[in-house]
Design a protein around this ligand. Structure first.
Ligand code: PXP
Length: 240
């Protein structure tokens, strides 16, 4: 049964849109955990567009499952991560003008820079995950550089409609990459763009993926059915 990490950045996005104190991501994390989330995922972006430093510090105290911090490989953020000590740090590429994390890391191309941050985080007993495109070369480079986990970017898969040949081609890339990662002894996660329609196919076809980090679709569904119900429904799909 795969685990569900609930990404609560989008709760903070609503709050930041008006500069209010609500909705509170800390409350969202508690509701998500009570509804069955196995992990809480947040991204402390350099531009602080959603999650704030104070959220991270409070969540570290309140999250009862695991806290997964997505972050750019940058000194300022790494120092914050080390001072707070999340269970997992997921290194992601970050561009200020992007709407969301658009692609995976190019591990081979940024090997030395990434190794510095991986070593720094691991020296502080933090598990390190790398967010990569579903590509065998990236999986191999992630193993070589010393990552514990790879999170396969499902954004491209999620762009296409169910049954579209291009979606099935992306599914095949996910399948091969996940298989390779597992063979190499990496823990395999996936996420980005997954929703109540497209997640089930990946879950059923790629058993090597043992963790899904999902945010936008859950928060969007929560508008209609409430966060608890939205998390429970996604947990049922992921845990099948
Ligand atoms: N995993 C990673 C590494 C991400 O950057 C994101 C987006 O913040 C997600 C998972 C969740 O993506 P979504 O909000 O599209 O479900």
């Amino acid at each position: 049964m795969a685990k569900l990490g609930v990404n609560i950045d989008h709760i903070a996005t609503i709050r930041q849109a008006r500069g209010t104190r609500y909705p509170d991501p800390v409350t969202a994390a508690t509701i998500a955990e009570n509804a069955g989330a196995d992990q809480i995922t947040i991204h402390l972006r350099e531009d602080r567009r959603h999650i704030q430093d104070a959220d991270l510090r409070i969540l570290r105290k309140t999250v009862r499952t695991l806290l997964n911090l997505e972050m750019a490989a940058e000194e300022e953020i790494a120092d914050i991560a080390i001072s707070v000590s999340p269970n997992i740090c997921t290194l992601v590429p970050e561009r200020r003008l992007e709407l969301t994390t658009e692609g995976g890391l190019d591990v081979a191309k940024t090997f030395d820079k990434l190794r510095h941050y991986i070593d720094k985080l691991k020296d502080n007993s933090i598990t390190v995950s790398l967010f990569i495109d579903p590509d065998i070369a990236q999986v191999e480079a992630s193993k070589e550089i010393g990552a514990d986990t790879v999170e396969l970017h499902t954004g491209k898969y999620s762009e296409f409609a169910s049954g579209d040949d291009r979606q099935l081609a992306e599914l095949e890339r996910l399948r091969k990459s996940a298989k390779k990662a597992k063979e190499l002894g990496l823990y395999v996660a996936a996420g980005h763009g997954l929703n109540y329609i497209n997640a089930a196919l990946v879950v059923s076809q790629v058993p090597e993926i043992v963790e899904y980090n999902i945010g936008h679709s859950i928060v969007a569904r929560a508008v209609f059915v409430g966060l608890e119900q939205a998390v429970m429904e996604m947990k049922q799909i992921v845990g099948r």
